[in-house]
Design a protein around this ligand. Structure first.
Ligand SMILES: *Cc1c(COP(=O)(O)O)cnc(C)c1O
Length: 971
């Protein structure tokens, strides 16, 4: 290490050696040389490479480092990416179709979007240390409830297209019209939504009809999807239509524009059964398609609602406390019976949208929506006065004009010359959508574009005419009369100072990576480097509409292509699709490619999906979504796939075998040596291999799914490739495939993704998913280079084995592989403790909070266990602290075992302890010191949970998913 040399020796170093101080690799990888040596000594192994050789099976190792180039410094990588970004040409976007310009309040940009306290947290599985983001998500639900007029909301879905597909699935589950297999889509629904819903219907074997909304009652349907306002901008009163569809036992889902709902009568008030849409234009940049949070509300179908619901419960002191409600609906438990496969959602963006509503409040939002609408009125009046009359008399923010081909060409040319983009995908029409960023100057420019110069129109004059006339372009029957956002939270924080402190107050309640290690197994909570986050807010990336003409998006194209090339190299596949915006969506997309591949060979009867018992719950849930039948393969005592069972089943089911879904290294935390053989067996019986890439952090540079013999995988870019978890999203789940599956990758209704996939359906609303965060993974690879990404895998394995070695002195390791080692994560078995002491894994998880830690993954993949994944980014210091805490907890359990501490009155079962606990009358069988400062190190960085143990059962019995009235906070 250079820093250990005296100055006179530094002089003898070469420039290349001196330049190493700028090397990002050593910033990303936690342990330094001395720490590594100590860890190796403790593990009894010579070197990191020797350890890796002991663990990763030789028959799957790569011969050389991946060809992805050398590492770049942060400075260089950012400068190079800036040059790429500048190839994007950001026009003023009037395209609309669910993506709008928006003004993110700077207080939200800096303190939420760009703040690791918010973006590095995980899904709130430990709600006692997640009350901040849970409160914000509850605000989000309340906002959705108020605006849509339906009483039950989930806490975010992936995008509007998939939310619409989920609405169709819900309609099928709950419709009383059981004999119908037909779903109706209004032809005025966004084209990308139709595309996503059609694909989903195809997989579910539903029939679809797309026609003018009024025709919905002419068909025997189980449900219908209507857009409000329509894609063409038209606002129609759909209440009668809804009632008529419902009279025929059809379920009606309305896709609504959130900003329009501020002024329009809520779809719930018009009778809708479900309302979905995107909350993007509430302060979340377009980002070339995402990430954005979609919303989903219903009136009564709480057991059928897809995604997570945040609910109100109480802690043991009776304080109001929040947590995810009805966790039984999650895939982990329901597996192929789950409502959906959604795991990672869009929490960070839901929080941003909620804060936007909190900051502006009902008055502010009404002003914003009215201003947008006024501009539309001015544009409409002005053009009409010159003979260019908009198609619809009733609209909110979007005007459609009929134009002949020559007119269209001229207008579009003038628009492009003025750096403006219109919606042009409908023959004979152009549409213009206005938004919060629209200015008077923009409207004047639009007159020039539409009418040619010399029109003589004046924006202020037109405005006066509108104010003077009593004409409304929203029909009286559809003007909103119900109040919105009356809860105090939306009426309290309108100055920046108040807002800043509200955001900070919530942040303080949450434990994120900027406080301590979060060793959630399978989740890969590694460093999300600041440099990687910076380009997310560059305007070149943030302000691009996903349907902007490709020649304007050359920066995005270059970045996406280059990242895809690197991922091809790192996965050993031939082709990537960047469309799926979560791991589970990747599973869905990958399975579709398998279904279509079999179909193309006349093998459409192949519908069996083998899944090992240890699989993540999204695997069976995804298989179900493509109409496959799940058959479980047993695992043996060592956690490996039971090869005999696999062979028997593959053979027995060979005629109908579609694929296997297998995770590697397995979720049991071991490298199965038989993986290549498993691939061969499946292939020999005509099946395909879906390798779940969630554990790529143990593969990159060492082996790869393609090299092993798999056919398709998703990558969780929010795990291995450094996109932060955002408190439960966003993420990206691109898939890699071998060449034979490439023709079956997703395409897009508006943007042709590749010639080879032309006409294929879509899995996401945007052509490249949540493209706006791809720069994070891009910089991750660029700054680590081929050496760094490989070192990252090696150190992920080293750290996991170090923790396993240390913990094994106190807790049994459930599974080990070659040489008694584990992969990049390890499972400790807590069930024996329950038998001897009555202390459960939940008690230990909550007790870790008192020590300042977030619990590891609990009871997955095996009940009563912890799965621990430290990642390469932790130095030895943090794992040592964790081991010390776990060791101390083991000793605490001994006190319960011995009877020194009573069962039901000890720090473990009473954990976590709050300030309220220790300042109340203390009558417990242990000291305050033992409760909150159990070991010396804790005081240095004490984390105080704001509520103690939360009552889940109470919350589920009394489901409340909106903000409780203010008086309920008082007692
Ligand atoms: C995280 C994970 C998934 C799901 O990925 P999401 O991005 O959360 O949808 C699937 N399989 C495994 C093994 C995982 O760890």
């Amino acid at each position: 290490m250079t820093s250990q040399l005296p100055v006179n020796q530094l002089a003898s170093l070469s420039l290349a050696q001196l330049e190493q101080t700028q090397d990002f690799i050593r910033r990303h990888i936690g342990p330094n040389e001395a720490q590594t040596q100590t860890m190796l000594n403790d593990m009894g192994v010579e070197s990191v490479n020797a350890l890796i050789d002991e663990i990763v099976p030789q028959n799957i190792r790569l011969a050389a480092l991946p060809a992805i180039g050398d590492s770049k410094t942060e400075v260089q990588a950012l400068a190079d990416l800036k040059a790429v970004a500048s190839l994007n040409k950001i026009n003023t976007s009037y395209i609309g179709l669910g993506y709008y310009g928006t003004l993110t309040p700077n207080v939200i940009t800096r303190n939420v979007l760009e703040n690791p306290g918010w973006y590095t947290a995980y899904t709130p599985y430990q709600p006692e240390i997640a009350q901040g983001r849970l409160e914000s998500l509850l605000n989000y639900q309340q906002m959705c409830i108020d605006l849509t007029g339906l009483p039950l909301a989930s806490a975010s879905l992936l995008d509007e297209g998939t939310a619409a597909a989920e609405a169709m699935a819900l309609a099928k589950r709950v419709s009383k019209n059981k004999k119908s297999n037909l779903f109706f889509i209004s032809d005025d629904v966004y084209p990308q939504t139709i595309d996503v819903v059609k694909q989903r219907a195809d997989m579910f074997d539903f029939d679809i009809i797309v026609a003018p909304a009024a025709e919905a009652t002419e068909h025997d349907i189980f449900g219908a999807l209507i857009q409000y306002p329509g894609a063409s901008g038209e606002v129609t009163d759909i209440s009668e239509l809804i009632a008529n569809i419902q009279a025929n036992k059809g379920i009606v889902a309305v896709a609504a524009d959130i900003m329009s709902l501020v002024l329009l009568k809520a779809p719930g008030e018009l009778g809708a059964d479900a309302v979905i849409g995107s909350s993007q234009r509430f302060g979340v940049p377009m980002g070339y398609g995402g990430p954005h949070a979609a919303f989903f509300t219903t009136d009564k179908y709480k057991r059928s609602l897809p995604g997570r619901i945040i609910g109100v419960s109480k802690d043991t002191r009776g304080n109001s406390a929040l947590r995810m409600a009805m966790q039984t609906r999650e895939q982990h438990i329901r597996r192929e019976k789950a409502n959906s496969n959604i795991c990672t959602a869009q929490v960070l963006l839901a929080n941003m949208a909620a804060f936007y509503a909190v900051y502006h409040g009902p008055k502010g939002l009404k002003t914003i929506a009215n201003r947008i609408h006024r501009f539309a009125d001015i544009l409409c009046l002005g053009t009409a006065s010159k003979g260019l009359v908009a198609v619809h008399a009733n609209y909110f923010d979007t005007l459609t004009f009929n134009v002949d081909a020559a007119q269209k060409e001229a207008v579009v040319a003038r628009a492009l010359a003025a750096s403006a983009n219109f919606r042009t995908d409908v023959d004979g029409q152009i549409s213009i959508s206005l938004d919060e960023t629209t200015t008077r100057e923009n409207i004047a420019a639009l007159f020039d574009i539409l009418l040619g110069e010399g029109h003589g129109l004046d924006v202020a004059e037109l405005d006066q005419q509108i104010v003077a006339s009593s004409h409304s372009s929203i029909q009286r029957s559809l003007v909103r009369e119900s109040e919105i956002l009356t809860h105090p939270v939306f009426n309290s924080y309108h100055s920046e100072t108040e807002m800043l402190r509200y955001i900070k107050r919530l942040e303080n309640k949450d434990l994120a990576l900027n406080h301590s290690m979060i060793s959630l197994g399978s989740c890969t909570m590694k460093l999300n480097a600041t440099a990687q986050m910076i380009p997310v807010s560059w305007p070149e990336f943030a302000n691009m509409h996903p349907f902007a003409p490709m020649d304007q998006a050359q920066g995005y194209k270059k970045m996406i292509d280059e990242l895809a090339d690197w991922l091809v190299e790192l996965t050993g596949y031939d082709k990537m699709s960047m469309q799926p915006n979560s791991g589970a969506q990747g599973e869905y997309a990958g399975l579709i490619s398998i279904v279509k591949y079999h179909e193309s060979r006349g093998d459409s009867h192949r519908n069996i999906c083998l899944i090992p018992a240890s699989a993540h719950g999204t695997n069976p849930a995804s298989a179900n979504m493509v109409g496959m039948k799940v058959v479980v393969v047993a695992c043996d005592k060592q956690g490996n796939v039971d090869m005999n069972d696999l062979k028997t089943k593959a053979e027995e089911l060979a005629d109908n075998l579609a694929c296997i879904m297998i995770t590697y290294p397995s979720t049991h935390g071991v490298y199965e040596t038989t993986i290549a053989e498993i691939c061969e067996i499946i292939h020999a019986h005509g099946g395909q291999v879906y390798l779940d890439g969630a554990n790529m952090n143990a593969q990159v540079g060492l082996t790869s799914p393609g090299h092993i013999g798999a056919d398709v995988s998703h990558l969780n870019l929010h795990k291995t490739f450094a996109i932060p978890h955002g408190g439960g999203g966003p993420g990206m789940g691109p898939i890699g495939v071998k060449a034979h599956l490439a023709p079956f990758l997703p395409d897009h209704a508006i943007i042709n993704v590749s010639e080879e996939t032309k006409g294929n359906g879509a899995v996401s609303a945007a052509p490249f998913g949540s493209a706006g965060i791809l720069c994070i993974s891009y910089l991750y690879v660029a700054m680590l280079g081929k050496k760094g990404v490989t070192e990252a895998s090696k150190f992920a394995i080293t750290n996991a084995n170090y923790v396993a070695t240390k913990l094994s002195a106190h807790y049994p390791l459930l599974y080990t592989g070659n040489n008694g080692r584990v992969a990049h994560e390890c499972i400790i078995d807590l069930r024996p403790l329950k038998a001897t002491s009555g202390i459960t894994e939940v008690d230990i998880a909550k007790r870790l909070i008192d020590y300042g830690f977030h619990a590891p993954t609990m009871s997955f993949p095996v009940a009563g266990t912890f799965m621990i994944e430290p990642t390469e980014s932790e130095s030895k210091v943090e794992p040592d602290r964790f081991v010390e805490a776990m060791t101390s907890i083991r000793n605490e359990v001994r006190k319960v075992e011995s009877g020194e501490w009573e069962l039901n009155n000890n720090p473990l079962q009473n954990a976590p302890h709050t300030l309220a606990d220790i300042t109340a009358v203390w009558d417990r069988g242990y000291t305050v010191q033992e409760a909150v400062f159990p070991i010396a190190g804790v005081a240095k960085n004490k984390f105080w949970p704001t509520v103690n143990r939360i009552d889940d059962v109470y919350g589920d019995r009394n489901l409340i998913c909106s903000c409780p009235p203010i008086d309920s906070y008082i007692d």
